[in-house]
Design a protein around this ligand. Structure first.
Ligand code: HDD
Length: 739
């Protein structure tokens, strides 16, 4: 297609004349196929049984076999006498064990560990200028299912590892399902899908001992990313605080590739998709992440489910960066087909087009979160692909992997994967076929089943690919020259970071590389860092005790993009957790008021006392949610130290769990409280206290003059200031800023 025409594609190509004449004209739409309902809701003849579609083999009050025969015992095998041998004829035993033996399916080859939620996407209608996709172009609501994930770890690995996070959204639109299968990092490790098996082999545990689990701090990972320097940009994001998000609710999401949108007039536009969290983008500190891996490996999964259950529905705005669809597929010199590039928001602002709200937890993890099958090729009219070679490979991989993971080609019939649009395909049979297809002519056109189904044109909703020109070219295994600049965008990212963010990046590289055994890999990694920034390289080299090499490329004078920094703004504090530590006796009324104030501010109080149970059991009791024995600072975002006894007496003294007596008379402060306070301080979290809390803080080495420490007359007063500090996520002044 010529350039003039590229932005002026006719409404869509007229439907091609069929190669064989249609035997009949389109008439009434066909009824929805039985596979639109659960098997329980449809009789073998395809007639509804009246059972709710939600019935998932759980109807009737009696325990039955899979065939519906009622059971009188499910605890004892059938035996020849109570002490005799178990009989092979026990069909119930065999059915129960056989089914159990096959309960597991292969975990995802990447993104195995995840958590998901249902929700609603509300299009603002503002995208009508650039796309005809109704769920974006109209002011309308579309059901969605979103799965977040880590990439490298197995299904049972920890949530708070340093890794990229998946952010995959299934939009059940009326025109078919659209999947936006993105990440929380806007660039990717590689530029061509053919290298995907290699980067994943390098990132996964070593094949001999299968360690380390869910980590990038090992030789093979760093070997790959330093030999394939296109990975530099993504790796730098991983080593930044983006690699350890505070919560799935506080992550950005990116479609990564450039997509092509088509509007009703047929005009095309290139776009990049962005999800912007309403709560802001926030991260853990590395030490918090590591402690959390042990304390609560399900931290992110729990956080998402708890927030939704509590009604604190997480929200993201969907936005697009818009670029003209020019022949070069570039914007301001940035190659839009290279998935290791971003386009700074300062050059192309993110324009909001809709709002995502996650408002319901899955009912069953396996049926929904595990069996959901995403695929970048699940597209709807109005959204098309570009020639990004990474995207093209993905279009093959996702369909293919589901066949092995979900046991055959009929995974689209699983409840979570069913489209909300009517389906009338000619796909038949195969493993796990649950539809009972009627008719005798699963081919088209035909003259037996009324000629149905009929073909649609673009004017009645067919998905018609944009007829872009494919330039005449030689077949080659090559990348374009523009794909060979691997350092100027990482440099842009580095220069956009604030000093404290740079400090974290330096610490992350130093940590990860210090875990490598091979000297050559560390040296190569330092060379990569020298090509990003000499200061970054120098400090990491110091940490490793190695000399810093000189850059081997000319360092680009890139403009920073302030939008890339996570600091400098204030954010809503809804859903943040405030730990309230008490000795269980002092100023209980103050604790009640502080608790209420936390709830009124939309946050979550977590009362921590020496022992469990109720405080002040008689009147208006306060439930203890954690004890000194099972609490750790990583579970909350800010700390309130409730009043402690008068100076001189034991403060939060350790008590015998049974007798409730102090175990160590004269101990000033329970060491577990000191540890909590010290960690909270070290991690830059706001600290508030009242009525004698200063003694405990001093014991932990924290002075009341320290930044982000508020001592007030009451818990409510302290909380007011703590909430303000929380708006910036952390007390950033507490971190050393070396760069
Ligand atoms: Fe992928 C899963 C994101 C490149 C092959 N990928 C998967 C998931 C996400 C992404 C979020 C989890 C989906 C879920 O929750 O079920 N992947 C990306 C992004 C990429 C990317 C943002 C680059 C921009 N992926 C990529 C390439 C290939 C794959 C280049 C292969 C050539 N990805 C897969 C896969 C997975 C997958 C093997 C594993 C499970 C699945 O698909 O359903 O096919």
């Amino acid at each position: 297609m010529s350039d003039e025409k590229r932005n002026d594609i006719p409404g869509a190509p007229a439907p091609q004349p069929p190669s064989v004449a249609e035997p009949t004209e389109p008439h009434e739409p066909l009824p929805a196929k039985p596979d639109q309902e659960s098997p329980e809701a449809v009789s073998p003849t395809g007639k509804p049984t009246g059972a709710p579609a939600s019935a998932r083999a759980q109807s009737g009050a009696y325990l039955t076999t899979a065939q519906g025969a009622r059971l009188y015992d499910s605890d004892h095998s059938l035996k020849a006498g109570a002490r005799g041998p178990v009989l092979l004829q026990d069909h119930h035993l065999r059915e129960k064990i056989t089914h159990f033996d096959h309960e597991r399916i292969p975990e995802r080859v990447v993104h195995a560990r995840g958590a998901a939620a249902h929700g609603i996407f509300k299009g603002y209608g503002t995208a009508a200028k650039v796309t005809k996709a109704a769920f974006l172009a109209k002011d309308t609501e579309t059901p969605v299912f979103v799965r977040f994930s880590t990439v490298l770890g197995s299904r049972g690995s920890s949530d708070t590892v340093r890794d990229t996070r998946g952010f995959a959204t299934k939009f059940y639109t009326e025109e078919g399902t659209f999947d936006l299968v993105g990440n929380n990092i806007p660039v990717f490790f590689i530029q061509d899908a053919i290298k995907f098996p290699d980067i994943i082999h390098a990132g996964k545990p070593h094949p001999d001992r299968e360690i380390p689990q869910a980590q990038s701090a090992h030789d093979t990972f760093w070997d790959f990313v330093t030999l394939h320097t296109e990975a530099t940009h993504h790796t730098l994001w991983n080593m930044s605080d983006r690699g350890i998000p505070r919560s799935y609710r506080m992550m950005e999401g990116f479609g990564v590739h450039t997509f092509r949108l088509v509007n009703n007039e047929g005009a095309t536009t290139l776009v990049k998709f962005h999800w912007k969290p309403k709560l802001g983008v926030h991260s853990l500190t590395w030490e918090e992440a590591q402690i959390t891996n042990g304390m609560d490996p399900d931290f992110h999964r729990r956080d998402l489910a708890d927030a939704i259950e509590a009604g604190a529905f997480p929200q993201w705005e969907l936005g697009i960066q818009v670029f003209p669809d020019n022949a070069e597929q570039t914007f301001e010199g940035i190659d839009l087909l290279d998935p290791t590039n971003i386009v700074p928001e300062e050059l192309a602002p993110v324009q909001p087009i809709g709002l995502l709200t996650l408002n319901a937890n899955p009912t069953n993890y396996f049926a929904e979160t595990e069996q959901v099958a995403f695929h970048p090729g699940h597209l709807v009219p109005g959204i098309d692909i570009t020639d990004d070679p990474l995207l093209t490979g993905r279009l093959f991989s996702y369909l293919d992997t589901q066949i092995s993971r979900l046991g055959g080609p009929n995974f689209a019939q699983l409840p979570i994967n069913r489209t909300h649009a009517p389906v009338n395909d000619m796909l038949r049979d195969g493993m796990h076929q649950t539809a009972v297809h009627a008719g005798t002519a699963p081919y088209r056109p035909n003259s037996l089943d009324g000629g149905c189904p009929f073909l649609a044109g673009a004017d009645n909703g067919a998905y018609v690919e944009v007829p872009v020109d494919v330039p005449a070219a030689k077949k080659v295994r090559e990348a374009p020259e523009s794909f060979s600049d691997h350092f100027s965008q990482p440099r842009l990212f580095w220069r956009s970071m604030t000093p404290v963010e740079r400090e974290h990046i330096i610490a992350a590289y130093t940590f990860e590389l210090s875990k490598c055994y091979e000297q050559a890999i560390k040296e190569r990694a330092l060379q990569v860092l020298a090509n990003i920034d000499p200061q970054l390289c120098g400090q990491v080299a110091d940490g490793l005790g190695l000399p810093a090499p000189e850059p081997t490329v000319a360092l680009a004078d890139t403009e920073p993009s302030p939008a890339l920094s996570q600091l400098g703004q204030t954010w809503p504090v809804e859903g943040r957790i405030v730990g309230i530590v008490t000795d269980g006796e002092t100023d209980l009324d103050g604790i009640r008021s502080a608790r209420r104030a936390v709830l009124d501010a939309g946050m979550v109080p977590l009362v921590i006392a020496p022992t469990g149970g109720l405080l002040d059991a008689g009147k208006d009791p306060i439930a203890v949610q954690r004890t000194f024995a099972n609490a750790r600072s990583v579970e909350f975002d800010a700390l309130l130290l409730a009043g402690s006894p008068a100076p001189g007496a034991d403060a939060y003294g350790a008590r015998d769990a049974k007798a409730g007596e102090p175990t160590s008379p004269g101990t000033a402060v329970d060491p577990r409280v000191m540890l909590m306070a010290a960690e909270v301080y070290r991690h830059g979290k706001a600290i508030g206290g009242w009525a004698g809390a200063d003694a405990a803080l001093r014991a932990a080495g924290i002075t009341d003059a320290a930044p982000g420490v508020v001592l007030a007359g009451s818990g409510v007063e302290a909380l007011e200031q703590v909430a303000q500090l929380l708006g910036s996520h952390r007390v950033w002044d507490r971190f050393p800023a070396a760069v």
